[in-house]
Write a protein that binds this ligand. Structure first.
Ligand code: ZN
Length: 281
């Protein structure tokens, strides 16, 4: 949380660096729905579906959670069409294999959820995409890169640490199943940065948010009329990861050394905004 005094200054017109970078007039942002996964709650909420001593002899039905996969398309007057993440790719069950597809099942995938169809619904074509930013390279966020394998003209931006760990993972077989060589191809037009915060272009700032993976990034977009949006990939999976004060007890998969600190940074980003902007959760 921003201190009360800092927030008071912001309310009176002070503009911190991470909100002064505002998109040019005419920028449009579209959310794309690209399918739904379902998994046991224990994968997204720390302590989910676990027993207590008092309940150890009782039978219960495991809670399951449905998780939307989404991308963000930004129609930027200067940069052209930018895509935030790609979803899981069309042939998910075959590409991921039966074990992963059993753990994270794609329970809803209709023709309109295919990436090219979802982009077309915004009035653009997949050929219009000029740059892709990937929050992290797990297969449900980057699997759709398989639609760009012959597109040398498209820049694919990730954090330096994410590219290294994804390729290392595929090369050594570590973390097998979550990074796949199906879309991690050397001849894609990869671009990386290693700063903690980078102004990607006018109105879009990228933040390194390690925890779920070492190189995970979030994208902050400041729209001139509708305000600030922060997309944080798998930094949080479900609303409970956000709404309580710490992710330490709320989220499995996290590197806890950095998770708590980073979580507080996200909280700060979410609360220090221009005047009328407020967090939307
Ligand atoms: Zn992930």
């Amino acid at each position: 949380m921003a201190s009360a005094k800092i927030q008071e200054q912001i309310d009176h017109g002070a503009v911190p660096n991470h909100v002064s970078n505002v998109c040019p007039k005419g920028t449009k942002m579209h959310l794309l729905e690209v399918g739904w996964l379902e998994a046991d709650e224990g994968f997204v909420l720390r302590g989910g579906n676990t027993s207590l001593n008092s309940t150890k002899d009782k039978a219960f039905v495991n809670k399951r959670r449905q998780l939307p996969m989404y991308c963000v398309l930004i129609d930027h007057p200067i940069e052209g069409v930018i895509l935030w993440e790609t979803g899981c790719g069309k042939d998910y069950p075959e590409v991921w294999g039966p074990q992963v597809a059993d753990v994270f099942s794609r329970v809803r995938y209709e023709p309109q959820h295919e990436l090219d169809a979802a982009i077309e619904a915004t009035g653009h074509k997949i050929e219009d995409v000029k740059k892709i930013i990937i929050g992290h390279l797990h297969l449900d966020h980057a699997g759709g890169l398989d639609m760009f394998l012959d597109r040398k003209d498209v820049e694919i931006w990730v954090h330096d640490l994410e590219l290294r760990s994804a390729f290392w993972s595929v090369a050594t077989g570590a973390d097998v199943g979550v990074y796949l060589k199906h879309y991690l191809k050397l001849d894609l037009n990869w671009k990386t940065f290693d700063e903690r915060t980078m102004d990607f272009c006018q109105g879009i700032t990228l933040h390194h948010l390690p925890g779920h993976t070492d190189g995970l990034i979030g994208m902050q977009i400041n729209l001139a009329e509708t305000g600030t949006y922060l997309f944080i990939s798998d930094h949080c999976h479900v609303i409970e990861n956000v709404s309580r004060k710490s992710c330490r007890n709320e989220k499995p998969f996290a590197n806890l050394d950095s998770g708590g600190t980073v979580f507080r940074r996200v909280g700060l980003l979410a609360t220090t905004r221009r005047g009328s902007d407020r967090r939307r959760d």
